[in-house]
Ligand binder design. Structure first.
Ligand SMILES: [Zn+2]
Length: 208
């Protein structure tokens, strides 16, 4: 089950995330860039501008898990000399050729990492806990440089004892909650939403 970029932003109150405002959203193309490395939008964008010009533009992209969780991730794209925006980082979902992007110059980068938030869209204690865990996970990640990988055990990153305990707890809770969260998400899909399997098809024509 994946976070999918839906055509419509789910209804969230502006208090939850002030910069999310339908009026600011731009749909911008993903441009093929041979040196792009998956996920590392900072590095990709920097590499691109070093070689072909243009300026870096920070902003937010969002995706949702059904109609239960919204994920908002800071993202770095390119602004060309005409002011047009485009992304040079391949999407995790192959069929996506564009991203929904909200420019925001106030985003701050730490250790080469960009912030991300997960926000509950429905009122449910499980979903609320999941969102909190994801935010906590992101907070810990932000403390360590993007050149280090936290995901594999062979990496040389040394988490502090406190952070290591935090991460162990977070992953344990993720493991305990995932099936229930997925069930809630599954039941929340509308027929015309893009399917959670990332096929690019509508839910009603795919895994329903
Ligand atoms: Zn499907």
């Amino acid at each position: 089950m994946n976070f999918i970029q839906q055509k419509k932003i789910p209804n969230i109150t502006p208090q939850l995330f002030p910069c999310i405002n339908n009026k600011n959203v731009q749909t911008i193309p993903i441009k093929k860039f041979e040196w792009a490395r998956d996920k590392n939008c900072n590095l990709n964008a920097q590499n691109y501008t070093d070689n072909y010009g243009g300026k870096l533009q920070l902003g937010w992209r969002y995706s949702s898990l059904g109609n239960v969780l919204l994920r908002i991730v800071a993202h770095c794209v390119i602004k060309d000399d005409d002011g047009k925006l485009f992304c040079v980082t391949p999407s995790e979902n192959d069929y996506e050729k564009t991203i929904n992007f909200i420019p925001d110059d106030s985003i701050i980068e730490y250790n080469g990492r960009l912030p991300s938030y997960t926000i509950p869209i429905i009122n449910n204690t499980l979903i609320a806990e999941w969102a909190k865990l994801e935010c906590l996970h992101s907070e810990v990640r932000m403390k360590y440089s993007s050149r280090q990988s936290l995901s594999d055990n062979t990496s040389s990153v040394k988490l502090t004892d406190e952070d290591s305990l935090k991460m162990t707890f977070i992953h344990k809770r993720f493991h305990e909650l995932i099936q229930k969260v997925e069930l809630l998400a599954l039941n929340s899909y509308q027929p015309n939403d893009l399917c959670h399997c990332a096929s690019g098809l509508k839910f009603k024509k795919c895994c329903k």
